[in-house]
Ligand binder design. Structure first.
Ligand code: MG
Length: 312
């Protein structure tokens, strides 16, 4: 069956994906169950677009314009021949190796309340290593060292333009787009250590995707639905409206501490409903579970949970 390109959907949301097709990496625009490969639309620009998705992100707003022009300046026939089914590709993490991943703790009032804590008067930040990144559908691996595996649905900011000391009013210019993020956490280790590094840094503890929705497609990032489901059961159901510090304040605050660079990810915190604070007793993730993080205007990030395969 031919895969048809539906022109009218582009203006609704530019959702960019990185993927593998026949072991070759590319990137394109996601439309429902199809991808239009941007590298297969060479006639639309006077120059060839960046071969690597990271380079497009690094171009910031120029990269976004390029993606937009590639779609707008190509004919329907060109776009149709550049369009493939999602079934024929493997989606990858939209950012494979960010310079850094900065995360916020306690950034939702209800999540602070469920653990009997006050909301902070300035953002509380910690970091995750980039080796924790996995893409959609890849397994979250429960290490033999972890007993209490948990999920956290979060909106993540993808930085486009480098910046330091970014004023709140300028923050939007430095954002390339947004993706869904699961701040996977080993609660036993996190609470034992009384800080976050070890409990949140295991390989596979930073699933992201399935796409980046570019910043120009989201009018208000502080008004997006955020939810998590485990095996289809709704566990978290909130909105970024309930964040203590909004997206632009977060960018401003973090950039006072460290230079933000293209591809940096900022995970903006999680609402109530994580497994460890469930009543009457905690409900942790087990191998075989399926976790879904859904963010409005971005999509659903799905990851199964697997047990560690020990090498002999
Ligand atoms: Mg978190």
């Amino acid at each position: 069956m031919p895969v048809l390109y539906r022109d009218e959907r582009v203006s609704e949301a530019m959702r960019l994906v990185r993927y593998l097709q026949s072991n070759v990496e590319s990137y394109g625009v996601l439309l429902d169950h199809e991808i239009t490969c941007l590298l297969a639309l060479p006639k639309a620009l006077k120059y060839f677009p960046p071969l690597n998705f990271d380079d497009l992100i690094t171009l910031g707003s120029r990269g976004m314009e390029m993606a937009d022009q590639l779609m707008r300046n190509s004919t329907k026939t060109e776009k149709r021949s550049a369009t493939i089914s999602l079934d024929d590709v493997t989606l990858l993490a939209p950012v494979l190796s960010p310079p850094k991943i900065v995360c916020l703790g306690l950034n939702y009032k209800d999540h602070a309340e469920e653990q009997g804590r006050k909301t902070p008067d300035e953002p509380v930040i910690f970091m995750k290593p980039r080796t924790a990144i996995i893409g959609p559908d890849r397994p979250i691996v429960r290490s033999r060292l972890v007993k209490q595996l948990d999920y956290e649905a979060e909106l993540a900011i993808v930085i486009g333009e480098k910046g330091k000391e970014i004023p709140v009013s300028e923050a939007r210019k430095h954002i390339f787009g947004y993706t869904a993020f699961n701040d996977v956490s080993a609660r036993d280790i996190q609470f034992k250590d009384k800080q976050w590094t070890r409990g949140k840094s295991f390989d596979t503890f930073a699933p992201i995707g399935p796409c980046i929705t570019t910043v120009n497609q989201i009018d208000d990032p502080n008004d997006l639905g955020v939810s998590a489901r485990v095996n289809g059961e709704l566990r978290q159901d909130s909105s970024t409206k309930n964040m203590v510090f909004g997206v632009y304040e977060i960018v401003h605050y973090i950039s006072q501490v460290m230079t933000l660079e293209p591809g940096d990810l900022i995970a903006t915190g999680t609402p109530a409903g994580v497994g460890v604070f469930m009543k009457p007793k905690p409900r942790f993730l087990s191998p075989g579970d399926l976790v879904e993080v859904e963010i409005e205007k971005i999509g659903t990030l799905r990851n199964p949970v697997a047990k560690e395969v020990q090498s002999s």
